[in-house]
Design a binder for this molecule. Structure first.
Ligand code: NAP
Ligand code: NAG
Length: 287
């Protein structure tokens, strides 16, 4: 059994490397002057995405709720080499703000080459205690605003042969405890944008969609949540951000970061009781 498992893992590893080697190579020059909108860019991975685009000389619009923080991020983007760095504060739980943000970016940049949907509303890391209102609110922030912004930006992305990048999570493929509302929003994203990927391909659309599956990343909000509950390894936000950008720029359908999230996604369903046992023992629970 053990050798059997090892053989399977080796097979998956070889297949994974084969796919990596045949991936198109990233040309940093292609991002010079690119017109980019990044959401959730006041902190965490979104902030790092903005800085990388800035270093590549892009024209950037960033958004989140906190205007004073956005202003500082925009200033740093300019100092790093962004051709333009504009910000607009918005609340993605609102019904009108998602459209308003895309309109702002289209007006200011004269179109869009990349739309990076990355923001998430804060959600407790705890057992589900029946807060339906919070879940409904989180769906608005983490899901409905995404599809609204994507639809609004699509005509411009068609014109520019642009890319839509959706930041999702391993929790959009595999549920774990303490994150029921959050994992629901990520499953919804994977379902919706997976379907849209098919439809755009069938329509021979100019637009590429990339769905990014991330493991644990060392942002402040994530580290605060898991402290004392699990010690699974966290990967650097700046590296995650760079991988997200290159995935969009090379028009790949999927990103798995770190790499083993790919293997977990594939292997998790082979022996579900083993998977469940491992997941439940990864988190400590003190009732
Ligand atoms: N960190 C991880 O371990 C991890 C793992 C897997 C996937 N991901 C994914 O990576 C992405 C970024 O995660 P992160 O850890 O960088 O998140 P984060 O540090 O918590 O940042 C969230 C961003 O969203 C903004 N935001 C929050 N509520 C908002 C609202 N109502 N309207 C508009 N903007 C709002 C925040 O800014 P304001 O507060 O200023 O609004 C902030 O810029 C998310 O899609 C997340 O699901 C993260
Ligand atoms: C794709 O881009 C070309 C311009 O390069 C444009 O003529 C065409 O209408 C676009 N396709 C769609 C579906 O918009």
């Amino acid at each position: 059994m053990r050798t059997f498992t090892k053989l399977i893992l080796a097979g998956v590893g070889v297949a994974f490397l084969a796919v990596k080697w045949t991936a198109p190579s990233f040309d940093p020059e292609s991002l010079k002057g690119a017109r980019v909108l990044v959401t959730g860019a006041s902190t965490g991975i979104g902030e790092q995405i903005a800085y990388h685009y800035a270093r590549f000389g892009a024209q950037i619009v960033i958004t989140a709720r906190r205007e004073n923080v956005l202003q500082q991020v925009a200033e740093k983007c300019l100092s790093l080499g962004a051709q333009k760095a504009l910000y607009i504060s918005a609340d993605m739980a609102s019904e009108s703000d998602p459209d308003r943000v895309v309109s702002f970016a289209l007006d200011q940049l004269g179109g869009l080459d990349y739309l990076l949907l990355n923001h998430i509303g804060p959600s407790p890391f705890s057992m589900w205690e029946g807060d339906v209102d919070h879940t409904r609110w989180l769906m608005k922030v983490n899901f409905f605003s995404y599809i609204q912004m994507a639809w609004k930006a699509l005509p411009s992305l068609e014109q520019s042969k642009g890319s839509l990048v959706v930041v999702s999570s391993l929790l959009g493929k595999m549920p774990s405890p303490f994150v029921a509302p959050y994992t629901s929003t990520k499953f919804a994203l994977n379902g919706f944008f997976g379907s849209l990927q098919h439809e755009l391909a069938m329509k021979k659309s100019n637009v590429s969609i990339s769905i990014c599956t991330l493991g644990l990343i060392d942002t402040e909000s994530a580290m605060d949540k898991i402290k004392g509950i699990t010690d699974i390894p966290a990967y650097p936000a700046t590296d995650a951000a760079l991988n997200i950008i290159t995935t969009g720029a090379t028009r790949q359908q999927e990103l798995f970061y770190p790499w083993f999230t790919n293997i977990v996604s594939v292997v998790k369903d082979w022996f579900p009781s083993v998977t469940n046992h491992i997941i439940r023992n990864t988190y400590s629970y003190h009732p």
